[in-house]
Write a protein that binds this ligand. Structure first.
Ligand SMILES: CC(C)(COP(=O)(O)OP(=O)(O)OC[C@H]1O[C@@H](n2cnc3c(N)ncnc32)[C@H](O)[C@@H]1OP(=O)(O)O)[C@@H](O)C(=O)NCCC(=O)NCCS
Length: 179
């Protein structure tokens, strides 16, 4: 499958094994891994390769990840979906630190959400942030996510339970804000 989304400044495409070195480089940074639930720290090339081996091209949208590429600069991050513990789709994302603060994630997430609501019949997408992650909460607020509760979530990199703000984006809100 050659699924790819062109956002203007970014290309979102399916992950490939040759992304492993750049993914490992960017995720082996506590400033990135420490904001994610499921990424260990330190993060090794073998971790990236093991994850990439699970990224089959025929996964359903609810399990699809995109590598975020900045043309001319290479692999910058990742955005994708997984089934959460409540059996509902969750969107997660990260950018390598050199790529922060350029509005890239807002741009990438808009494309990934347009695609998702287009190819599925899901009524909503769940997400959330550790409660100190203001940048990510700002991204989600700009996209139309709203808080639906508070919880704690295990953070592998911190090996700790961390306070979490739970959010959702409904299809109605997504479509409504585009009108
Ligand atoms: C969170 C992350 C994805 C943001 O990506 P990004 O491309 O820098 O985000 P954007 O530039 O699209 O938007 C960030 C917004 O937060 C704001 N922001 C950034 N850092 C901030 C901070 N420390 N405090 C408050 N606001 C902040 C920016 O000004 C921007 O808002 P604006 O457009 O209104 O100015 C990126 O920093 C990252 O990957 N971090 C590590 C992993 C992570 O946290 N993943 C998400 C887990 S929920």
């Amino acid at each position: 499958m050659s699924l790819a989304l062109n956002t203007g400044r970014l290309i979102l495409r399916l992950p490939r094994m040759e992304d492993a070195e750049r993914i490992a480089f960017h995720l082996n940074n506590f400033g990135v891994a420490g904001n994610l639930a499921r990424v260990p720290y330190p993060y090794f090339l073998a971790d990236a390769k093991a994850w990439l081996r699970t990224r089959h091209a025929d996964l359903p949208p609810q399990e699809t990840n995109f590598t975020i590429e900045v043309p001319g600069e290479g692999v910058a991050g990742s955005i994708g979906y997984h089934m959460g513990s409540a059996g509902e789709p969750v969107i997660g994302y990260w950018l390598g630190q050199p790529f922060w603060g350029r509005g890239y994630m807002t741009e990438a997430a808009r494309a990934a959400l347009d695609w998702y609501f287009d190819v599925t019949a899901e009524d909503r997408v769940l997400s959330g942030v550790f409660d100190f992650n203001t940048a990510s909460l700002n991204v989600q607020t700009k996209l139309g996510f709203t808080e639906i509760g508070r919880s704690t979530m295990h953070c592998l990199a911190r090996n700790a339970e961390v306070r979490h703000i739970d959010t959702e984006l409904t299809r109605d809100a997504w479509i409504g804000q585009k009108r």
